[in-house]
Design a protein around this ligand. Structure first.
Ligand code: FMN
Length: 197
């Protein structure tokens, strides 16, 4: 199993968030990390059906591509996730993944009976996002969602790379400083996972 999972949550291939996440992946790889990249758009994944087939074991009962992702998410030390802002939250592909992780929430809080607010995760998450507009509160709702998503995975949000004013494919390429920041964040993420920073 890889040290880090990098999950591309945009439906657009080689879009702005994907370019940024690729930079972070490259940075972490150059720092020695073993990373597996997953593009949600390529998976067959049902939304959560709220049947609570996960109640006994914490494992989702729907048999589709989420199953192998579940094992990887449980074993990875770090998770990089990229999603564009769609209607002030994450993309539908990303949200489907999140809702399927209710099984992990069930495992943590109902099966393993972790008291809320008392876990101190050592596994880390890096979130990358982009929106077309420039409002001060553009990422507010999404960040709340992301924090609780990582918490369900028993991970802590380590850093969020958030960029405004990027709309069309390739817009991010006009900002070499954003690309460099993402690359460096990937490097630092690997160091943070090793406890070096
Ligand atoms: C369905 C849809 C909804 C969007 N909603 C928002 C939004 O609420 N706020 C915003 O600033 N940009 C919004 N955008 C623009 C995207 O966030 C922007 O184009 C971004 O660069 C896409 O990233 P990607 O290339 O990684 O997919 C939306 C785009 C689409 C297609």
């Amino acid at each position: 199993m890889p040290d880090i999972l990098a999950i591309y949550g945009s439906p657009r291939r080689e879009g702005n968030t994907s370019v940024l996440l690729k930079q972070a992946v490259q940075g972490a790889r150059d720092a020695g990390a073993d990373i597996e990249e997953i593009t949600l758009r390529d998976l067959k994944m049902s939304p959560c059906l709220e049947i609570y087939g996960c109640l006994k074991t914490g494992r989702c009962a729907i048999k589709d591509d989420f199953q192998s992702l579940y094992d990887k998410m449980l074993s990875a030390k770090g998770l990089m996730l990229a999603s564009p802002i769609f209607f002030y939250t994450v993309s539908a592909h990303t949200k489907i993944l999140m809702d399927r992780c209710q099984s992990l929430w069930v495992k943590k809080y109902w099966i393993d009976k972790m008291p809320e607010g008392e876990s101190s995760p050592t596994r880390l998450g890096l979130f990358v996002s982009v929106g077309a507009t420039k409002g001060k509160r553009l990422f507010d709702g999404t960040l709340l969602t992301i924090r609780y998503f990582f918490d369900a995975l028993d991970m802590k949000l380590w850093r969020a790379l958030l960029y405004r004013g990027l709309d069309f494919k390739g817009d991010v390429l006009k900002h070499p400083d954003y690309l460099k920041e993402a690359y460096e964040a990937g490097k630092d993420f690997n160091r943070a996972l090793k406890g070096d920073i």
